[in-house]
Design a protein around this ligand. Sequence first.
Ligand SMILES: NC(=O)c1ccc[n+]([C@@H]2O[C@H](COP(=O)([O-])OP(=O)(O)OC[C@H]3O[C@@H](n4cnc5c(N)ncnc54)[C@H](OP(=O)(O)O)[C@@H]3O)[C@@H](O)[C@H]2O)c1
Length: 372
Amino acid sequence: MTSPSTAAIELERRSTDAPIARANTAPHALAGAIPDIMRAATYDTFGAPDVLRIGDVVVPQPGPGQVLVRVRAAAANPWDWHFLRGLPYIARLNGAGIRHPKHQILGGDVAGEVVAVGEGATRFAVGDHVFGFIEFGAFAEYAVAPESLLAAAPANVTFEQAAGVPLAATTALQGLRDAGAIRAGDRVLVIGASGGVGTFAVQLAKRFGAHVTAVVSGRNASLVRALGADRVIDYTREDVTAGDDRFDLVLQLAGTASASALARVLAPGGRLVMSADAPNRWVGPMGRMIRGLLLGRIHGQSIAVLTAKWNAVDLTFLAGLLDAGDIVPVIDSTFPLADLADAIRYVESGRARGKVLISVARSYTTAEPDRS
Ligand SMILES: NC(=O)c1ccc[n+]([C@@H]2O[C@H](COP(=O)([O-])OP(=O)(O)OC[C@H]3O[C@@H](n4cnc5c(N)ncnc54)[C@H](OP(=O)(O)O)[C@@H]3O)[C@@H](O)[C@H]2O)c1
């Protein structure tokens, strides 16, 4: 497949970060530099991004099986605003917290360096450069992470690029490979191909040997072509669900097309993988999931909802693809930690092209000495 150059997909950069170099520091060389207090973006009530506050909090300690990561970069994902708002409400029963947020520091995707190792954690040493999806805590200068959710960061990307990969690329990979059972030669339709997940989905589908049709707005046509899309449909001009084209796999990441409308464009034996996003504030995707499953049963079609099970095996696989230049993170923009609320607002707008990143280690370089 054609690999777009990094330069071609850096849409807007707001910081200058250096590529990650492999760590060669002696074990525990940095351990003495860990402060007691760190800067973090916190919230203690569910709401709009305005509820986020930047302040000082105690640096967490790694527990058994965990490491402490000095965060260099994080990514803002739809995941974060769902937990920020506590929506859909059903998510509050599922770990977000009932009346108040259970986790005061958001931030799932992280890239940084290991500065301390908890009891029994053996995969990484102090000084290692890692990345991964850790669910919570990355919007801070330090974060604890289960080592089972991390992988060694590839040396040819920046910390910011690495932070854009874990959740979005794992979701794209599992959506195509596991839920979508992608095969070489498949005709794959990616709806929402210009977003955080979609930009990885196009590249991964090409890597799996598929013929990729990308559904985007006109402004993003050249972006997805550069990522390898064979054909582009501008959703503002053409409704793919009303056309005669048929696909072996449809990955729906954006738009409001119903499961039955999407199922109509499936070829015999085709698979539909639908985004879990839904406007329902109470049950979110549950209604959509149930309708999709019922529809699949009735028509003998494979209809699944897009979910991701983050794990180090897939992350290591993705790290290898990054290392080889077979996939490249598309970066829409990079915000300093102090502007996290703006970053999350932007992600929530649904207009991002690729990933929205948070630069943490350099967030305070204008006010404080660089601790690099
Ligand atoms: N990000 C993750 O890691 C993650 C993980 C698990 C699940 N998910 C789910 O996967 C879905 C996609 O997430 P994402 O992060 O990729 O979203 P995203 O980055 O917010 O997607 C934004 C992109 O979608 C495009 N878009 C908006 N409406 C569209 C439409 N009707 N048809 C085609 N493209 C459209 C936008 O371009 P235009 O504005 O130019 O149209 C923009 O480039 C969401 O449902 C999310 O909840 C995401």
